[in-house]
Design a protein around this ligand. Structure first.
Ligand SMILES: Cc1cc2nc3c(=O)[nH]c(=O)nc-3n(C[C@H](O)[C@H](O)[C@H](O)COP(=O)(O)OP(=O)(O)OC[C@H]3O[C@@H](n4cnc5c(N)ncnc54)[C@H](O)[C@@H]3O)c2cc1C
Length: 365
């Protein structure tokens, strides 16, 4: 009997890796320090990006054996505001992203992945903290250093379904604030890449902004928060151990849409180990994700240099475009100038590190 592949972290990366291994005839055991899958999140809405490839993200996930058994809503339209509050509306004939819910309740992405893993005979060991890297296994324990934070509220509302985003350093330093409404529930958050100490102040300003501009109305609001770890050069492998998702620093450097990176990298890590060829993980990564890593790093570099105005240029172009999905895809693909600027972006990101390390990661609550 082959020994099961040990996977640390039952997030989207770890569970996708486990499902891949199990569906290919292998055995996987997934450990998570939390008592339930999805407990890192709080019922907040997140967007599964559908603009970074020509094909649809749900088709890509299905090709990896991940069924869309979670609740999701396609979003083809968003209202965006520039730093001075000017409004732009972006419309696309195909979904720009799919809204999903994160957390422990039925219908969330997390619970759907958990069920698919159990159905594939993956063993789950919840409430189990792993302190040593599993040799020959997969590390998918999520962020280890804080490069960005998002804090916000989830709440009930009578507002109609919709998506709103604003890029302004006064509301979200080097980031953006968003309001997502779906079926009487909503998430409002500010996502920032610096000045974390004043996060609550930015959050309250974001609430005021959406009250004034989007007619925000809420009841039963609950505050939540979380962090993100982004690397311009993700760590993919140490010896025979593979790193997937945010544990490797794989994230969307510009906007923080990390779920797709987590699931794609988890699938590749699982496939590489199940094929008995861990080194092939690097090749799979280079073919599918490397150009996104580079483009994301360069986009972030330019955003930081240009300030909120840089986002406004992007927003204007997206709003004017007949095919905003395609326009965004090009921003997320590597081009000649991305190659040229990537080394600079890498140095710049090291220089700007917040220095907040999650070195006590196994004790975090
Ligand atoms: C507030 C917020 C909003 C976001 N919005 C979006 C969005 O709109 N779109 C998007 O695509 N992405 C978004 N993201 C990012 C996205 O959630 C992450 O990129 C994604 O969840 C990463 O998946 P992962 O599997 O790599 O890690 P995680 O989801 O962090 O899973 C890691 C798991 O490992 C477990 N773990 C940690 N340490 C140990 C240990 N030592 N032993 C055992 N288990 C351990 C944790 O409990 C956790 O369950 C958001 C993130 C936050 C915080």
């Amino acid at each position: 009997m082959k020994t099961p592949v040990q996977i640390v972290g039952a997030g989207p990366a770890g569970l996708t890796a486990a499902i891949t291994i199990a569906r290919r005839g292998g055995k996987a055991v997934v450990y998570d320090r939390r008592a339930e899958v999805g407990a890192r999140f709080h019922g907040d809405f997140q967007g599964l990006d559908n603009w970074s490839t020509k094909g649809d993200v749900l088709d890509e996930l299905e090709s990896y054996g991940i069924e869309p058994s979670f609740k999701f809503a396609p979003f083809n339209e968003a209202v965006m505001y520039g730093p001075d509050g000017r409004e732009y509306v972006c419309r696309s004939s195909r979904p720009l992203w799919y809204l999903v819910q994160r957390g422990t309740t039925p219908g969330t992405l997390d619970q759907a992945l958990k069920q698919q893993a159990l159905d594939a005979d993956v063993e789950l060991k919840l409430g189990t903290t792993v302190k040593d890297l599993p040799e020959g296994g997969i590390v998918a324990y999520g962020p280890r250093r804080v490069d960005g934070i998002a804090i916000g509220y989830t709440f009930e509302t009578d507002m109609s379904d919709g998506a709103f985003a604003v890029s302004s350093n006064a509301l979200a330093p080097n980031g953006y604030a968003y309001l997502l409404i779906w079926g009487g529930r909503a998430t409002l958050a500010t996502c920032m890449f610096s000045d974390f100490g004043n996060g609550l102040e930015y959050l309250e300003r974001s609430v005021d902004f959406f009250r004034a501009r989007a007619g925000l109305k809420w009841r039963n609001e609950t505050r939540f928060g979380g962090d993100a770890n982004v690397e311009t050069r993700p760590k993919l492998q140490r010896g025979q151990t593979l790193f997937a998702g945010e544990a490797s620093g794989l994230q969307d450097f510009l906007l923080g849409f990390g779920m797709r990176y987590a699931m794609v990298s988890g699938h590749f890590a699982g496939a590489a180990l199940q094929n008995g060829d861990p080194d092939s993980y690097r090749r799979l990564y280079r073919e599918r994700l490397w150009s996104h890593t580079k483009a994301g790093a360069v986009n972030r570099f330019l955003r930081t240099l240009a300030g909120s105005r840089g986002y406004e240029v992007l927003i204007k172009r997206v709003a004017k475009s007949k095919d905003p999905r395609e326009l965004l895809r090009r921003y997320y693909s590597s081009r000649w100038w991305t190659h040229a600027l990537y080394p600079l972006a890498t140095v710049d990101s090291r220089f700007r590190r917040t220095g907040v390390a999650i070195d006590d990661w196994w004790d975090r609550t």
